[in-house]
Design a protein around this ligand. Structure first.
Ligand code: 13P
Ligand code: SF4
Length: 324
């Protein structure tokens, strides 16, 4: 799976693409897509980006409808930041293992217990969480601004970092700051195998390993560069190297190959041979057909209680303010 530029679309897909573009114009909709979406969806989108960039775009758009080709927490974030817009998600079941690892009741209970021991502690929560958990957090962060967000909290104030323990451990090493870490993981980034990546590096001695900070410590320690999806893409564009082993969801290879067609991008291998576990099963629920149906029917739509929107907006806006 090294060549990721889309194959010629079938006549049916071409017809669907034309219908999507027509409906998008009729509904005054904007299509936002994450890098882990299928290539054909990325090609159709008005904007493709990482979680932080997509949040900003969702907040700033003046379109009437935001079609979010990503996962549920991303569409919820768009609704929270721009509540007067209709926000559609092509497949409402597009969840996230990290968001699932932090149910709101459990998060609330842990915060209450912690307040007894550390009354002044701060809850920094990765954007990969539900609207309820955002509302219970003090500041949200993404993988591209987390260091800055942590740096904004005074040294003597304890931090609970949720829900990604790998990103949290990486940030502890980067900032030298000890935090209380929630025990969640991304099933996709957890699937990579250092043993198999070592074999890939031996096979391609000129290659650099680049990794998303949701990967385990052992892989991050071996990586030549670590960053958010946008940072990984920028790195491959700017680096003089010509071969990269990419330890993140392989949807990003589409933009990497598009930006640097002369370079070679090799998806890092997961533990199980032959398994497609490095592909996000949630992101990949969105298809061209579901995107078409969602624009046609105007659903699935994200509905959130206005009071929840108000509470979840504050920690998100704190993040946007701190990452200007
Ligand atoms: P970023 O695109 O912000 O790096 O996030 C990666 C991810 O796992 C999104 O679900
Ligand atoms: Fe969640 Fe991981 Fe999929 Fe991103 S790649 S949506 S963190 S399960």
């Amino acid at each position: 799976m090294e060549t990721v530029l889309p194959s010629i679309a079938s006549a049916h897909d071409q017809e669907r693409i034309a219908s999507i573009l027509r409906l998008k114009a009729e509904r005054n909709a904007v299509i936002l897509a994450h890098y882990y979406q299928y290539s054909e969806i990325q090609e159709l989108a008005d904007f493709v980006g990482d979680s932080l960039e997509l949040s900003r775009k969702a907040q700033q758009t003046d379109a009437d409808v935001i079609v979010f080709c990503g996962v549920h927490f991303m569409a919820e974030t768009a609704k929270i930041l721009n509540p007067t817009k209709r926000v559609l998600l092509p497949d409402v079941h597009a969840g996230c293992s990290l968001a699932e690892s932090a149910p709101a009741d459990e998060y609330r209970r842990v915060r209450e217990q912690l307040r007894e021991r550390y009354p002044n502690h701060v809850g920094i929560t990765y954007i990969n969480c539900s609207a309820e958990v955002k509302a219970l957090s003090d500041i949200i962060c993404t993988s591209s601004n987390a260091e800055r967000i942590i740096g904004s909290v005074p040294e003597d104030v304890p931090i609970l970092f949720a829900p990604d323990r790998n990103l949290g451990a990486y940030l502890q090493r980067k900032t030298g700051r000890t935090m209380l870490l929630w025990n969640g993981t991304c099933i996709v980034h957890q699937s990579f195998s250092l043993r198999r990546i070592e074999e890939q590096l031996a096979e391609h001695p000129d290659a650099e390993l680049i990794a998303h900070p949701e990967c385990e410590d052992a892989i991050l320690e071996r990586a030549h560069f670590i960053g958010s999806t946008s940072a990984l893409l920028r790195y491959t564009m700017e680096s003089p190297r010509s071969t990269f082993i990419v330890a993140t969801e392989p949807g990003i290879l589409h933009q990497m190959a598009k930006a640097s067609p002369q370079k070679r991008f090799i998806p890092a291998l997961p533990q199980e041979e032959g398994c497609r576990c490095s592909e996000c099963p949630y992101m990949k629920l969105n298809t061209l057909e579901k995107l078409y149906q969602c624009l046609l029917q105007g659903e699935p739509e994200i509905h959130l209680d206005p009071e929840l929107i108000e509470r979840a907006r504050q920690p998100l806006e704190r993040m946007l303010e701190l990452s200007r």
